[in-house]
Design a protein around this ligand. Structure first.
Ligand SMILES: [Zn+2]
Length: 354
């Protein structure tokens, strides 16, 4: 196993203290020398994450005009979001390296997840959150015993402050947005999807995307499975964003966009202005012939309510972004009525404020 920079093709030995390429600064990605699975050992920090159930949403599929919607219930993970897959892998690597304190910045779900796995591993976690992060998410981080640092302003300010703090205190900056082990851990989502559907995967996978770990890891797994002949087609991958915060839509379609602090979003989990793995996000979309679109706050809130009312699923507004995106993709004829769609229910509604 080693780290590779997909931006400048530099390779380095894997080490927990390195996340960024020393040549160009791009976040590194784990590559394997014939050992496709992460080695698991007694040091593994696990709360039983993953192996989430898949269900079909007949009523919403009917109302949105597609043949089938599969929902993978990532909200059933131990801390209520898919982030637990990445946290388990990252904290396992941190624990086996003998590191005792870490610094992370998060809008909520990743912070709560990393706080939980750090608690289990006996590691001190400093979690930097935006001042306006949902109270239930901040409460969850606190109850795991992490040190919460509330930072005024946009979510990106929390990132700057976290990096400064890590550097001043000489602590490991274990950011879920750049750490190679975190990205690697989220691959178990797509591996489960492939196992469940093999060889006939759904036509489309629609993901709410902020920093892109789930989208990128899904692409990496699909590519590996395609090369080894395990799947008969590659689903198209879609990165759906809020109209208010859409750097990926802007980059992919080469359209101007700048952040207006007056226009916030209820999709707090994907409010990232500058995703560090942008190149991999765009590549994942282009290589699968997918797309990235922005959706309105009204549409996010409408689908948040409709999925709860019709299917009994209480997800966070960030997860409803995928359903708003599906409606838009059907309306613009990107997705046909006979198509099948997979949507990850990325996070629980129990810790959102709506
Ligand atoms: Zn590089």
């Amino acid at each position: 196993m080693y780290f590779e920079c997909i931006n400048c093709n530099t390779s380095v030995d894997a080490h927990i203290s390195i996340s960024l390429c020393t040549h160009c600064g791009y976040p590194l990605t784990i590559r394997h020398n014939g050992d496709p699975e992460m080695q698991t050992n007694n040091e593994a920090v696990t709360l039983g994450e993953g192996h989430s159930k898949m269900i079909t949403l007949a009523k919403v599929a009917n109302s949105l005009g597609v043949s089938k919607i599969y929902a993978k219930l990532e909200n059933s993970n131990p801390t209520g979001s898919f982030k637990d897959r990445g946290s388990s892998a990252m904290l396992s690597a941190i624990k086996s390296a003998g590191i005792s304190s870490i610094v992370e910045d998060s809008s909520g779900n990743a912070g709560a997840s990393i706080a939980a796995y750090a608690a289990l591993a006996g590691i001190t976690a400093h979690i930097f959150v935006p001042e306006n992060a949902p109270k239930a998410k901040v409460d969850q981080i606190l109850v795991y015993g992490a040190n919460v640092h509330k930072i005024p302003g946009h979510r990106d300010n929390a990132e700057i402050q976290a990096k400064n703090f890590a550097s001043e205190q000489k602590l490991l900056y274990a950011s879920h947005n750049i750490n190679p082990y975190f990205l690697e851990g989220t691959k178990s989502f797509a591996r489960e999807v492939v196992t469940e559907f093999e060889p006939n995967l759904p036509d489309h996978i629609i993901i709410p995307v902020g920093n892109g770990s789930l989208l990128i890891s899904t692409y990496l797994v699909l590519k590996e499975c395609w090369v080894s002949g395990n799947i008969s087609k590659i689903p198209k991958l879609y990165a759906v964003q809020s109209e208010s915060i859409k750097p990926i839509v802007s980059r992919l379609h080469n359209i101007g966009w700048s952040f207006n602090p007056e226009q916030n979003t209820c999709a707090d989990g994907i409010a990232s202005l500058n995703p560090p793995r942008m190149k991999q996000i765009v590549n994942s979309i282009i290589k699968t012939k997918g797309d990235s679109i922005g959706v309105s706050e009204e549409s996010i809130q409408k689908h948040h309510r409709l999925v709860a009312e019709n299917e009994g699923i209480y997800m966070e507004p960030t997860s409803a972004v995928s359903f708003a995106g599906l409606e838009a993709l059907v309306n613009n004829k990107t997705i046909d009525s006979g198509d099948s769609v997979l949507i990850p229910i990325t996070g629980s509604g129990l810790k959102s404020s709506t």
